[in-house]
Design a protein around this ligand. Structure first.
Ligand code: FPP
Length: 247
């Protein structure tokens, strides 16, 4: 368990944030800089995901949410899209084999209907098999877009209204949240984007309302548990006021 320093005062052991979300960016640049095909960057990135998820579990975090494939990523070459889908399959195969050892609840956020039947079958199996693990949950966003998620939730609520199950005046922020992929999960405390880009890129638009952001130039394949410690240490130096006044 890492030791974090507060802004003023001595080093103290503080609990890590409950929910961290990461935009796993910079795989392509990492590979290009090494003279490798972009797909090699994604392969390295998927290993880093595995390491970071295990670390998050070990330091007592409750949730990790990662952006693995956006609704816009289909614009990439067929070769790159296939490579990412292949890596996801590989990861899920291995996760299923090591589930008993890793004890990680795996969930998937996004419009999964566009994924191939074999990947869908693996996702379904992983979802069901890992449902018994309650300690730590990793959410993998696949064919995910924040706006798309909000539109789908609005549609589902409208359908419930049309069916007489809900009334428009029932709608509150909490009820709307229950129509999102993240239903029942607390909002992320900290969102990390490596690779030097400082954009949200349609990630967790609803859920990020009060999240702290942390940006670093480190590329995702070079991201280590020590880098996560730095992000968490920076998080502890922030004053989270949720719209209130500093006391
Ligand atoms: C962004 O970097 C990364 C992606 C679009 C793909 C992320 C996918 C993986 C890490 C592999 C599978 C995931 C799991 C969870 C096993 P980029 O390609 O946009 O990098 P660039 O900005 O340097 O081009």
């Amino acid at each position: 368990m890492p030791l974090f320093k507060k802004k003023q005062g001595d080093a103290v052991q503080l609990p890590p944030p409950k929910h961290v979300a990461i935009i796993m960016d910079g795989n392509g640049r990492w590979a290009t800089r090494k003279g490798l095909p972009r797909t090699a960057g994604h392969a390295a990135g998927s290993e880093v995901f595995r390491r970071i998820a295990t670390y998050c579990r070990d330091i007592g975090m409750d949730y990790l949410t990662v952006y693995a494939f956006s609704t816009e990523n289909w614009k990439r070459s067929q070769e790159e899209v296939s490579a990412i889908m292949g890596l996801l399959k590989k990861y899920l195969f291995e996760a299923l084999e090591k589930m008993e050892r890793d004890q990680i609840r795996l969930k998937f956020f996004g419009d999964l209907s566009r994924l191939s039947p074999d990947l869908l079958e693996l996702i379904d199996r992983t979802d069901k098999t890992s449902a018994k693990y309650e300690g730590f949950q990793a959410n993998i966003c696949l064919n995910y877009g924040g706006r798309d998620e909000i539109v789908r939730a609005a549609r589902a609520f409208a359908r419930d209204c049309a069916a007489g199950v809900r009334k428009p005046e029932d709608l509150t922020e909490a009820l709307f949240g229950s129509y999102l992929y993240s239903a029942g999960i607390p909002d992320p405390d900290l969102i990390i984007r490596p690779s030097g880009e400082e954009r949200i890129s349609n990630f967790l638009l609803w859920q990020s309302a009060y999240a702290e952001y942390y940006f670093t130039d480190v590329l995702w394949p070079d991201f280590t548990p020590a880098e996560l410690d730095k992000a968490i240490a920076a998080y502890f130096r922030r004053d989270r006021r949720f719209g209130g006044v500093k006391r």
